[in-house]
Design a protein around this ligand. Structure first.
Ligand code: C2E
Ligand code: MG
Ligand code: MG
Ligand code: MG
Length: 288
């Protein structure tokens, strides 16, 4: 009996795996089609200063098709399918040109942040792609921030390190994304040339709730580490005025989150920039 039962559940398990594999195969096919159909577009989420002016934006990739998955699912897929270099390069080029335009239209707007996959960093031509986009757009290198998330796939390889150092020599700034969640956050601070630390939203989201003492302690410690290393701090995941106030008090330099704006399409972001309609600070603005 036990054996029969065992083989039945094994068969069910096989069927589930087969189903998952089939779904992945379908998705892999769809993602390749999506690249040729140019269904990947950049959205932009405002990043504000301590006095709540829009000083920049993070470019976030969206797959525009019915029932398309979000970036957490399709970015790994693009990486597996060997498509992230092409999509990432196009994205980098487009958003740098868009940012150059916004910078001329709005004085306060300075920085465009772009997420970079470790796979892109391993590409020899990556630095030249960045230089090309900066040159053709006229955007100063200091207005570009490359966001790098710690992952198993990026280590202190000499080639990657050299590339990052070259980018920084050009004036491009480097941000360590999702700080605090990964495998080796602190060791990244040891070897990676960096300018900005982005505190992961998991530490930020609940800062205003009751009994948030521990989260506040963690964020305060992260900001102390950043200051000791000479890094600026950006807080992501700010969903309320109260959390924005707390993050300012703790010393964050830049703020980002749904409280200010969700990621927007290019047109909506342009309109927002022209209206300068950020929620007013609920407290005395803290100006550096
Ligand atoms: P990330 O770089 O840490 O981006 C921040 C994520 O937090 C975005 O999710 C954003 O929509 C979300 N977010 C912003 N404010 C709030 C908030 O107040 N509350 C909450 N709950 N969430 C907020 P999104 O757009 O789904 O992107 C997920 C991740 O996918 C990104 O995390 C990034 O690692 C990756 N990604 C997105 N675009 C690209 C890209 O062009 N290239 C690469 N390599 N990765 C990308
Ligand atoms: Mg990011
Ligand atoms: Mg992040
Ligand atoms: Mg994150």
């Amino acid at each position: 009996h036990a054996r029969e039962h065992g083989s039945t559940s094994l068969r069910r398990f096989d069927a589930e795996i087969a189903e998952q594999l089939e779904r992945r195969k379908q998705l892999a096919m769809r993602v390749r089609q999506a690249v040729t159909r140019q269904e990947f577009v950049a959205f932009f989420q405002p990043i504000v200063s301590r006095d709540y002016r829009i000083v920049g934006a993070e470019a976030l990739l969206r797959w525009q098709a019915p029932d398309a998955p979000g970036p957490a699912e399709f970015i790994p897929l693009l990486e597996e399918q060997g498509l992230i270099r092409e999509v990432g390069r196009q994205m980098l080029h487009d958003v740098i040109h868009t940012a150059a335009r916004w910078r001329h239209e709005q004085e306060a707007f300075q920085n465009i942040s772009v997420n970079v996959s470790p796979i892109q960093l391993r590409e020899e031509a990556f630095v030249n792609h960045v230089i090309d986009a900066l040159k053709t757009s006229g955007l100063p290198a200091s207005c570009l921030i490359l966001e790098i998330t710690e992952s198993l796939y990026i280590s202190a390889e000499k080639a990657v390190l050299n590339r990052l150092a070259r980018l920084r020599q050009l004036g491009v700034r480097l941000a360590l994304d999702d700080f605090g969640t990964g495998y080796s956050a602190l060791s990244y601070l040891q070897w990676m040339p960096l300018d900005i630390l982005k505190i992961d939203k998991s530490f930020v989201l609940k800062l205003a709730e009751e009994h948030a003492e521990r989260d506040i302690t963690i964020v305060r410690a992260i900001i102390q580490i950043a200051q000791a290393c000479g890094l600026d701090v950006t807080a992501e995941g700010i969903e309320s005025a109260e959390v924005a106030r707390i993050m300012c008090e703790l010393g964050a330099h830049c703020l980002q989150g749904y409280h200010f704006s969700r990621p927007l399409g290019e047109e909506a972001m342009t309109a927002l920039l022209h209206s300068s309609a950020m929620p007013p600070p609920s407290h005395q603005p803290l100006i550096d």
